[in-house]
Write a protein that binds this ligand. Structure first.
Ligand SMILES: [Zn+2]
Length: 250
């Protein structure tokens, strides 16, 4: 099956199962999508492995994960991976923006609808940055286009579609005998996770329930308003302490 180069129009004969190719006539990096060729671009990593690890540690130390996870988790060595996205340049009221939809399956959350600054890319050379594992695109552009429509409506105006390879640092980590997967965008430092050891909710619910019961009983038992306020104040102290302890431990 022959295809046409998007850049120079020359006829190219790709090898079987070859998806990423370089035009032999004009050296343009292309991706084969069905019977079409589209431009293939690459984003250079701007942060190093050590910085990526620091971003992940900051995320793990944040409020949504188990307390002190940044110190308790054991992080593996980050591996640079080039993850494929279909990058759609869409027209908006105040100009254009570039929205990414993943071109390969992934367990990481938040990869859909990612936005990147326009013009941050360069044509791919095929080899990619040193040490990076190139993930082949598997999702047709048409499928990604449908996700885009779901997000922005059927009338979304796509000005340009290219294949982007975004550098991500894959950083698996271990906590309490389980392995978790995370990745850090090697250009923005944004952290993507599959699942992570989240704060358990039940201890907080329990503290709130205890507070409700204690205040309820006090309210019923004590008639004098002044006394009631005083007792409320006295009981609030240990309850707040309990809540604080819970947030430290969980
Ligand atoms: Zn060409």
């Amino acid at each position: 099956m022959n295809v046409r180069c998007t850049q120079c129009g020359a006829t190219i004969e790709p090898r079987a199962d070859e998806r990423l190719l370089t035009c032999p006539f004009c050296s343009t990096a292309l991706v084969l999508d069905g019977s079409m060729t589209l431009f293939h671009e690459l984003i250079e990593p701007t942060i190093g492995a050590a910085e990526a690890t620091a971003h992940l540690r900051r995320f793990l130390g944040g409020g949504s994960t188990v307390a002190d996870l940044d110190r308790k988790a054991r992080l593996d060595e980050p591996r640079l991976e080039l993850f494929p996205f279909w990058a759609f340049t869409i027209a908006t009221g105040d100009g254009e923006r570039v929205v990414l939809e993943p071109a390969a399956p992934s367990s990481l959350h938040g990869l859909q609808g990612l936005e990147v600054p326009a013009g941050a890319t360069r044509p791919a050379t095929g080899a990619g940055p040193p040490g990076g594992t190139l993930i082949e695109p598997e999702v047709p552009a048409e499928t990604a286009r449908e996700w885009l429509s779901t997000r922005f409506g059927e009338s979304v105006a796509v000005r340009k579609t290219v294949l982007y390879h975004l550098p991500l640092y894959r950083t698996p980590y271990h906590f309490a005998g389980r392995a978790y997967m995370a990745a850090v965008d090697a250009t923005s430092g944004k952290v993507f996770t599959a699942d992570f050891p989240a704060k358990a909710e039940s201890p907080f619910v329990l503290v709130a329930a205890v507070a409700l019961v204690v205040f309820g009983i006090e309210g019923l038992v004590i008639g004098n308003l002044f006394l009631k306020a005083l007792v409320y104040l006295v009981t609030a102290a240990p309850l707040l302490g309990l809540a604080w302890l819970t947030s430290r431990k969980v």
